[in-house]
Design a protein around this ligand. Structure first.
Ligand code: AMP
Ligand code: GLY
Length: 431
């Protein structure tokens, strides 16, 4: 069986790695891929913003299954376009992917279906925003409506700051493009959990929970990023809490989308805040998380390809998932300066020594092969992932492997998993 994956990040490296392990796979192709994915897949160049180009690649490859990784091609309607051409494709349609691509759509959907989420207002102008802000107490969250690669959310400590953020988003000063709509939202306090589910549009199967670390600085300080590290243990969510989330959030979301004639097939990533009044939806993503996927797939024992195919064929209810007990973690190494400006093109050393540590996998994000050498080519460069019996051991392996890797300007957080380790009373060792 031939599988084509669209994407170029650590998430797609993990998907390619997991899919390539399936005994039924004969070939994995990735478009456009990266320096690490080249080790497990044949790469085909394409731009992830070029819908026609991606369709041409998929039609030429005629894979038995196509998997769409990132949000941009989903929001452009790549799944719809490939379905029209008779291809089997894993991922939501453009209409279903609006759960991620439009925050106002997601918030109204949540409200229509009585799914717990922060109080909010949708504003189409600065005048509307000014009126809405009066109804909120600081801190106030101001969000761009559309996709913004994690940069479209501003947490404001006063009404005045909220108004400035709204102005910055409407005028294009903050994101470079002028927003047409904003969501203004109540600030929620609690721990964040990434709860990813697979769904065939009807049945919903939860994956193991994960916790991301979105801020660039240790102690969760500084700017938001795409994610600087993640861990997964079953203890992130007690079984009763997981069932509560399935019953009150995950299944009602999938049922609601089906009722509204936009059945959602693919990965439903539910970003949750565990607040004093229970879990609340912070956001939906219509795709696998990055770096959550790297940690989650390291714990998956059953066949990922089987599960993805079952989603596309509407038979997920009959698919069993087997998970490694214990824990996994993925620590991201980024280019110095990220999420601001940074330089690329630096050679990366120590990758083989890192991967030789038992239980460790190195997943590439922003890397490229230049003259036969792996070099940096993006902000988040690579993720070092490890699985073990305990979180302490998984983190120790990941950090031991990270110490082997180096490139000019390399940065990584040394406190991934700190909340879980503090709770369990474990010590992160020498870090
Ligand atoms: P989003 O893209 O909506 O998930 O927002 C990105 C990040 O901003 C989240 O992962 C949270 O850390 C933070 N955030 C978003 N909305 C809220 C909120 N209502 N209250 C507190 N933090 C939030
Ligand atoms: N790690 C957060 C995301 O994938 O959106």
């Amino acid at each position: 069986m031939k599988v084509l994956i669209f994407g170029s990040g650590g998430r797609e490296h993990a998907l390619a790695w997991a899919i390539a392990r399936s005994p039924r796979v004969t070939e994995v192709v990735c478009a456009p891929g990266n320096g690490g994915i080249a080790q497990v897949a044949r790469l085909v160049p394409v731009s992830l913003s070029d819908l026609d180009g991606m369709v041409q690649v998929a039609v030429a490859e005629q894979a038995d299954l196509t998997v769409v990784g990132p949000e941009l091609p989903l929001s452009l309607g790549l799944v719809d376009a490939l379905q029209l051409r008779g291809l089997k494709v894993f991922g939501p349609t453009k209409a279903a992917a609006m759960l991620e691509s439009s925050k106002s759509f997601a918030k109204r959907f949540l409200q229509r279906h009585k799914i717990p989420t922060a109080n909010y207002a949708v504003c189409k102008s600065l005048v509307e925003a000014e009126k809405a802000i009066e109804f909120f107490h600081a801190p106030i969250v101001v969000k761009a409506d559309g996709l913004a690669a994690g940069k479209g959310v501003v947490i404001c400590q006063s009404r005045r700051a909220a108004l400035e953020a709204a102005q910055g988003l409407f005028t294009g000063k903050l994101l470079g493009s002028q927003e047409q709509q904003l969501v203004i939202e109540e600030f929620l306090v609690g721990e964040e959990v990434s709860f990813l589910c697979l769904t065939d549009g009807n049945h919903v199967s939860p994956l193991v929970p994960a916790q991301d670390h979105k801020r660039i600085g240790e102690g969760d300080t500084g700017s938001n990023t795409g994610g600087m590290g993640v861990y997964s243990t079953d203890s992130i969510l007690e079984p009763e809490m997981q069932e509560w989330i399935m019953h009150h959030i995950a299944r009602p979301t999938v049922r609601g989308m089906a009722q509204e004639d936009s059945p959602f097939v693919g990965v439903l990533y539910i970003g949750l805040m565990m607040t004093a009044r229970g879990p609340q939806v912070l956001e939906f993503n219509a795709r696998f998380g990055d770096p959550e996927t790297q940690a989650i797939l390291l714990r998956l024992e059953s066949d990922l390809l089987e599960a993805l195919e079952a989603c596309v064929e509407g038979r997920l209810a009959k698919t069993e998932f087997r998970w490694k007990p214990g824990a996994s973690a993925c620590v991201i190494a980024s280019s110095g300066g990220y999420p601001g400006s940074f330089q690329t093109g630096f050679a990366i050393s120590g990758l083989e020594d890192a991967a030789a540590i038992p239980g460790v996998q190195v997943f590439h994000s922003g890397t490229a092969m230049v003259d036969g050498k792996v070099c940096t080519s993006g902000g988040r460069v690579l993720g070092v992932a490890a699985a073990s019996d305990t979180l302490t051991e998984a983190l120790e392996s990941a950090y031991r492997a990270m110490e082997k890797i180096s490139f000019a300007g390399m940065y990584f957080r040394r406190d991934i998993g700190h909340r879980a380790l503090n709770k369990s009373g474990s010590r992160p060792g020498s870090r």
